[in-house]
Design a binder for this molecule. Structure first.
Ligand SMILES: Nc1nc2c(ncn2[C@@H]2O[C@H](COP(=O)(O)OP(=O)(O)OP(=O)(O)O)[C@@H](O)[C@H]2O)c(=O)[nH]1
Ligand SMILES: [Mg+2]
Length: 345
């Protein structure tokens, strides 16, 4: 699962990337713009921390997501390379400049949001038009043609495909096109140091709401400074700035939800761990995340909600209290389920 950071030049993509990954990256005008940075990030998870506190395991493992800094998108139109890179990610986070730039130029966040939308709509439209032309000529797939024509009309109306309803079958039909306005999108409002901890600007909030998009406010510069500190100092420093935790933590969790992942938890003396599973996964498939043998030999899942486990202090006590459930193959795994799988080898 990969999340792409996009945005207009100088919006702070590389700084956000550095803050997320703790990697040293080049920032500043056009720095490293021809390079695509990729980094894997642990998803901060207080549930894993609480389980680790209880079990004192040898190892603690968090879920991970990959972020990529897609470089210079926008401005005078999205270039081919950026477009192709955008097609390859599972979700997009648009970094929006909300601080005055080096030349003192005031930010235009609303404009950046609507401009990126327009550019991605045009990119999708171009692709769909070409395909419609071809299908109209060779008549090879009338059903796809009909669908693409409806999609074309939607895009011509200047609406992203996030607001176009697709059946499961239709989704499959167009999955190969990797249309940009179909990808989940979240806004990262990059504010200056003085504005951290503040609410989302009401106009931006309204614009995000109209589009059905999530919003995170942070100051990439400050987050980068926090990320470079020893872990034990990070929370304290964030608190001194009026944040209850580094904003990067909130951002990473929001991004994790954006790609529709939930965490199944396992715990024991060896390891406490969060496993990313697609929302709506059946227990038997989720088991396969741990090992294909468990999926193949699946017997049952023994499930306790993490909170119950922490409150009661042990699995045995949860069983006594009737809080441990036995679930079958078709059980839909829930976020925060602590699970033991029983299986035949
Ligand atoms: N004041 C302030 N400056 C920031 C913040 N975030 C980034 N900057 C500055 O803005 C400039 C651009 O940041 P980058 O992270 O390089 O932006 P980018 O989007 O990667 O830029 P390109 O790759 O050139 O498109 C740099 O000089 C950063 O130091 C912030 O939160 N506050
Ligand atoms: Mg950059």
């Amino acid at each position: 699962m990969k999340i792409g950071l996009v945005g207009f030049p100088e919006s702070g993509k590389s700084t956000v990337f550095g803050a997320l990954t703790g990697l040293a990256v080049e920032t500043g005008y056009a720095a490293g713009r021809d390079k695509v940075n990729v980094g894997v990030v642990k998803v901060p998870d207080p549930r894993v921390d609480a389980l680790a506190e209880l079990y004192k395991p040898k190892k603690t493992t968090y879920a991970e997501v990959a972020f990529t800094d897609l470089g210079g998108a926008g401005g005078k139109g999205l270039d081919r390379k950026t477009l192709n890179a955008m097609r390859e990610v599972d979700a997009l986070c648009q970094v929006v400049r909300a601080f005055p730039d080096a030349a003192g130029e005031p930010p235009q966040p609303l404009r950046e949001i609507s401009d990126l939308e327009t550019e991605t709509i045009l990119a999708d439209l171009e692709l769909v038009e070409r395909r419609v032309e071809r299908l109209a000529k060779d008549r090879s797939n009338p059903r796809e043609l009909e669908l693409l024509q409806r999609i074309q009309a939607h895009l011509e109306d200047e609406r992203p495909l996030r607001s176009f309803e697709l059946s499961e079958e239709e989704s499959k039909m167009i999955a190969g096109y990797a249309l940009l306005t179909q990808k989940p999108l979240m806004l990262v409002i990059n504010v200056d140091e003085g504005s951290i901890g503040s609410e989302v600007d009401p106009e931006i909030a309204a614009s995000a709401r109209d589009r059905g998009l999530g919003v995170v406010v942070l100051s990439a510069q400050v987050e980068m400074d926090i990320a470079s500190m020893p872990e034990e100092d990070q929370i304290e420093f964030a608190t001194s700035l009026g944040l209850d935790e580094p904003a990067r933590n909130r951002f990473i969790r929001a991004a994790y939800e954006l790609i529709d992942l939930v965490s199944m938890l396992t715990s024991g003396p060896d390891e406490c761990r969060a496993w990313p599973v697609a929302r709506g996964s059946r227990a038997v498939r989720a088991a396969g995340k741990i090992h294909s043998d468990i999926e193949r030999g699946f017997i049952r899942a023994e499930v306790i909600n993490w909170k119950d486990l922490i409150e009661h202090g042990s699995e045995a006590k949860c069983r006594e209290a009737g809080l441990a459930r036995v679930e079958g193959k078709d059980y839909i795994m829930q976020d925060g389920d602590v699970v033991h799988f029983r299986f035949n080898v």
